[in-house]
Write a protein that binds this ligand. Structure first.
Ligand code: NDP
Ligand code: HSE
Length: 441
């Protein structure tokens, strides 16, 4: 029996693609478009033809024909033979201008740019809507892990209540290494830079900005509400110490930088909370086992229950996988008609302030080791109706430390308690404060 190769739809013209950027991600996208052309044509029903690759500097060591390279991205995206623009440059203002111009010219856009989307999804989605073209961005959150499409499509008929994720590989690498080796933060960060996980300037990763952008994107989709990076409460990991990891181990926990997007229902009214901070996570929680530069996202929806997505959240090849999935979808839509899901923001829920969020705290205090200190500390918790779950003393004399673990209370009550503890004469220092997530009461 002979099998006929399935190629293009009869009479189908090629789909022209412009790739903006030939760095870590762009170079892999270009490689796959060129190396897997036959399979891609069969899957799309038309050949995918690379019209050009925009770069900052034209060099001859990129392994692609020189005539494909250009430094004029604006000219490339508006060419008549370009149907789909892939934006993998990074930054905000330049890609905003380019993506907007591409959409306004009727091109579909695929982007991996979380920083751009966390600020401007609204503007860009409206531009895509006006021209009835696609705006896809699976790669913007958690690299290769399919999470945008499951939320927008597979769970479109369900009600999502919570999305909890480790969405930054650099910080997860650092925290996992601190947990495994007992090394301190600065030492582990230097190693992450040396290994290429962290950028030379790792601020966006370690201060939680990257994860906050991803949280804004996830919350917008999960709760059908426009959430921007500015709506996301954010703390980074730069104050986490080796001592925090030691205490976490003693509590049978580890520390993870979490992105938490939650539906908060009070008196029948739904609001959205989006927040990023390092938190204690019990060892038995599935996210505690996500180590190194890996990412994972747990989605809790009413009908589906808990779902977990796990894999490589960064790197050229994994990220290109997600970009290519979007590119094939956008190309299929060009060939067969139809469009991907539009921005859904009908619910338009209010953003809940951090002070209203109910959470648990771990507070580490350096205290004077004498009678009455414990009761003075406990009184500050009691005054604000914060119930203590456990207290332990570590060390003695000058080095005495009290570690207090609370039950659930509002973040305001907990932070007011910590501020009051800081003023107590018997408390030498509030050494660290971390929230505890993923545990029972
Ligand atoms: P790189 O810095 O590796 O590559 C950026 C590319 O953009 C380079 O090829 C650069 O050109 C080009 N470029 C910069 N300025 C211009 C300009 N003015 N005109 C034309 N081209 C320009 O970035 P990444 O590949 O790492 O990231 C790309 C995007 O993907 C970002 O939005 C990032 O957040 C996102 N992303 C990245 C992941 C990763 O693991 N790297 C994971 C998930 C998302 P030249 O080569 O000449 O310098
Ligand atoms: N800097 C990001 C990370 C890259 O470490 O996860 C992927 O978005």
């Amino acid at each position: 029996m002979t099998t006929e190769a399935v190629t293009s739809e009869p009479g189908q013209r090629p789909i022209g693609v412009a790739v903006l950027g030939h760095g870590t991600v762009g170079a892999e996208v270009v490689r796959i478009i060129r190396d897997d052309a036959t399979d891609l044509e069969a899957r799309i029903g038309a050949p995918l033809e690379l019209r050009g690759v925009a770069v900052r500097t034209v060099r001859d060591d990129r392994g692609i024909p020189q005539d494909l390279l250009t430094t004029d991205a604006e000219d490339l995206i508006t060419r008549d033979d370009v149907d789909i623009v892939v934006e993998v440059i990074g930054g905000i203002e330049l890609p905003r201008k380019l993506v907007r111009a591409a959409l306004d010219s009727g091109k579909s856009v695929v982007t991996a740019n979380k920083a751009l989307l966390a600020e401007y999804t609204g503007e860009l989605a409206e531009a895509a809507e006006a021209k009835r073209v696609d705006l896809y961005f699976e790669a913007a959150v958690a690299g290769a892990i399919p999470v945008i499409r499951p939320l927008t499509q597979s769970l479109a008929g369900d009600k999502v209540n919570r999305v909890l994720g480790i969405v930054n590989g650099t910080t997860n690498y650092i925290l996992s290494a601190m947990d495994e080796t007992g090394a301190d933060y600065a030492e582990t960060l230097a190693e992450a830079v040396r290994l290429g996980y962290a950028e030379a300037d790792p601020t966006a990763d370690v201060e939680g900005f990257d994860a906050a952008s991803k949280a804004a994107i996830l919350a917008s989709i999960a709760f059908h509400t426009r959430v921007t990076a500015g709506d996301v409460y954010r703390e980074g990991i730069s104050k986490i110490t080796a001592a925090d990891l030691t205490t976490a181990r003693a509590l049978n926990c580890t520390v993870k930088l979490l992105a938490i997007c939650e539906r908060i229902t009070t008196d029948g009214r739904d609001r959205v909370s989006a927040r990023v901070y390092p938190a204690l996570v019990p060892r038995e929680h599935p996210l505690a086992a996500v180590n190194g530069a890996f990412n994972a996202v747990v989605v809790e929806a009413e009908a589906s229950g808990r779902l977990m997505f796990y894999g490589q959240g960064a790197g050229g090849s994994p990220t290109a996988s997600a970009v290519m999935g979007d590119l094939v979808m956008a190309a299929r839509n060009r060939v067969h008609g139809g469009r991907g899901p539009r921005e859904s923001r009908y619910a338009d829920l209010e953003i809940a302030p951090m002070s209203d969020i109910v959470t648990r705290y771990y507070v580490n205090l350096q205290v004077a080791d004498r009678a009455g200190v414990l009761s003075a500390v406990a009184a500050e918790f009691a005054k604000r109706d914060v119930s203590i779950a456990a207290v332990r003393q570590e060390g003695a004399g000058e080095g005495a430390r009290l570690v207090v673990l609370t039950h659930c209370a509002t973040d305001k009550a907990l932070s007011d308690t910590v501020a009051a503890l800081d003023q107590l004469e018997s408390v030498i220092a509030v050494t660290s404060v971390l929230r505890l997530e993923g545990s029972a009461e």
